[in-house]
Write a protein that binds this ligand. Sequence first.
Ligand code: AMP
Length: 331
Amino acid sequence: MKKIDEIIYSRTEQFEKDIDKTLDAIKQYDRIVIFRHTKPDYDAIGSQLGLYYFLKENFKNKEIHFVGENHVSLTGRCFPEMEKIDDSFFDKPFLGIVLDCSTAERISDERYQKAEMLIKIDHHPNVDPYGDIRIVDTTMAAAGELLANILLSFDGDYVINKQSAENLYKAIVGDSGRFLYESTTVHTFRICEILLAKGIDLSQVYLEMYNKSLSDLEVQAYILRHYKVTEHGIAYYVLNDETLKRFNLPPERGKDNVNIFAHFDGIHAWLSVSEDKAKDEWRVSIRSEHESIQQIAEKYNGGGHDQASGAKLKSLDELDGLLKDLDDLFK
Ligand code: AMP
């Protein structure tokens, strides 16, 4: 049997080389910008800040920034405001590091294009191999888990401080569905054990991640009155623009209650459908008990992971087709 640390440190030759190249690039550049995907989640921002605080701690003389749009509810509650960096900064050479973003098109802040060198670190399928260095591992539950492994593997006396550890932990808890998804492995727990030992305040972390307001209970009550289940166990709810406005919710938050259907006998997959009037589209978040729903999400303008994917519908007329495709999975 492998010793526990071999699980995190034993790696392919390619991985070792890419980690060395990544560390060399970090040492080489005095100016570093950390990017991630648009419509961020815990993993995107958690990884970004995990790396930010790591670099601030270990490379004190470098200028390091994190960019991208704020999140409607995570910013302020769980993460600080994103930085607003003037365009002029991007005119001089800098290293760009992109986290948790499978395609260049989804990178939040197109000024990544000005990076002299770009590094991709991700756990989604490598459908768009952008960047000069690419570290992609789809066996990781979260980009934060892969990133923590990379930081722990750097050759030298580097420290993951408490702030870095807290953000990496949020990334992992978020993208593993609080360790419930099948993507959770021995590696995930081993990394979390190491992060916890950095002094993370767990109750504070979970408070920041999951505390709700009483008005959220009204939204749940609405969903429980209006949800539907298809013949083969697909549960779903639809929040149109009018309903979202009634509850004072932006479209991004329509998916907040999607996991209300998890762990019920006979429900195999579940989804939220929320109207985004400004973009003239319907946002869909799909979750699954076992079967992969990723390919179906891709068919509907989306993608993601086996058990958690997102999609977009141009009109609600497409919903029946999506529900049928999902229903057919469980016939
Ligand atoms: P969501 O339902 O928005 O929470 O997304 C679930 C997972 O799918 C996350 O890992 C997202 O990054 C990913 N995802 C969502 N939408 C897309 C998309 N259009 N293309 C690729 N991945 C996506």
